[in-house]
Design a protein around this ligand. Structure first.
Ligand code: SF4
Ligand code: SF4
Length: 373
């Protein structure tokens, strides 16, 4: 390691900290060791409909960072704590929806990618910035860079910060000295709380997530209908799921609220009323979530989830809004509204279903209505 490389590493770490990153590590851009694990995960179909994860280029890129940035020599790995202060509203209230905590504030991509690029501008070399780009590559890189260990819930856990962390990577075509945060030891030991608490059994084994059963996948990545048998398991979770992090003792003991202004909770994203959300039209959705990661679910995906949560709430007062949703332009919304009306099953709900059936043009929605009746 030359003095120049060590000096550059010191400057990168200092700048990353000034940019607001809580943890910084630098490692050589050697291929990761878990590509085999990743391939086996894909072969089992655990990625569900996320076909982009199984494309040959995606697999190759995870196995060789040089395919992402030719000539890459070093990777700077950063982590930003996003843990928000305690919620102002009751997350257990079934008339309200629960969003994953990472979506309570501003969209982290909009904030962290520009910051990583700023960090890259410090180095006279080609660079590429990534945030949240893959389930295994970035966590393994983060662990190699000394940012923590990978827990049985598949999160990267830092033994003094917990796992409420956004990860980012900056690839550089320049050699930089290896650098780790001060070492702190941690492991899962014999704990299995996350596996025991997962409502869907998505953690099929320690360190192995079947995304097809995970509420994060079902409420965000999945574009079509939510499998019927999974719908009751959503409860009031309408965008992502935090349960396997909430129960983790490392988070319970060490998580501290973030100081980052952009990650402070927006009141409209913390336990919003389901009846407000189901009434959102396209403009209303855009306005409400224009700076939020919730945009990823799109209006039809969010309202699909909200309809399921209303069905799980089961309150007769949700019936008028669900009847209105049966007139939505999107079949996805109508079909899940039908399911919810079937769960509530008041005479009004059943009458609305019976009236909707003859005029329903979509075959899948017709099936949903018939099963709901
Ligand atoms: Fe299970 Fe929720 Fe964790 Fe997914 S995010 S593995 S559904 S607890
Ligand atoms: Fe590991 Fe327990 Fe945390 Fe799961 S809940 S990640 S097993 S420490």
């Amino acid at each position: 390691m030359s003095r120049q490389e060590a000096e550059l590493a010191r400057r990168i770490e200092g700048k990353a900290r000034r940019l607001g990153f809580d943890l910084v590590g630098i490692v050589p851009a050697t291929p990761p060791q878990t590509t085999g694990h990743y391939r086996a995960w894909l072969e089992k179909g655990y990625h569900g409909e996320m076909a982009y994860l199984a494309r040959p280029a995606a697999i190759a890129g995870r196995g060789d960072p040089a395919l992402l940035l030719p000539g890459v020599q070093s990777v700077v790995v950063v982590a930003a704590n996003y843990y928000p202060p305690p919620p102002s509203a009751d997350l257990q209230d079934p008339s309200r929806g629960v969003l994953a905590r990472y979506a309570w504030g501003d969209d982290y991509h909009d904030l962290l990618v520009p910051r990583l690029r700023q960090l890259g501008s410090l180095v006279n070399a080609a660079s590429a910035a990534y945030v949240d780009t893959g389930p295994l590559l970035e966590r393994e890189l983060a662990a190699r860079a000394g940012l923590g260990f990978i827990g049985k819930n598949t999160s990267l856990i830092h033994p003094r910060l917990g796992s409420w962390l956004f990860l980012g990577e900056l690839l550089l075509t320049r050699a930089v000295a290896t650098r780790h945060p001060p070492p702190v030891q941690g492991t899962c030991g014999r704990c299995t709380r996350c596996l025991d608490a997962c409502p869907t059994g998505a953690l099929v084994a320690p360190y192995t997530l079947d995304a097809r059963r995970c509420l994060s996948y079902l409420t965000i990545e999945l574009k079509g209908p939510i499998p019927r048998e999974m719908r009751p398991l959503l409860g009031n979770r309408i965008f992502g799921c935090d349960i396997c992090q909430e129960v983790c003792p490392w988070n319970r003991r060490f998580a501290r609220p973030t100081a980052e202004p952009a990650f402070q909770p927006r009141p409209e994203s913390v336990a919003p009323r389901l009846l407000e959300l189901i009434a959102l039209d396209d403009d209303g959705f855009r306005q409400r979530f224009q700076k939020s990661a919730v945009r990823r679910a799109k209006r039809s995906g969010l309202l699909r989830n909200v309809a399921v949560a209303l069905g799980n709430w089961g309150a007769p007062e949700a019936v008028p809004a669900l009847v209105q949703a049966m007139h939505d332009a999107g079949a996805l919304v109508r079909g899940h509204a039908a399911w919810a009306l079937g769960r509530i099953a008041t005479p009004d709900a059943r009458q609305a279903l019976a009236q909707a059936l003859p005029a329903e043009p979509d075959e899948w929605v017709r099936q949903e209505i018939q099963q709901a009746l």
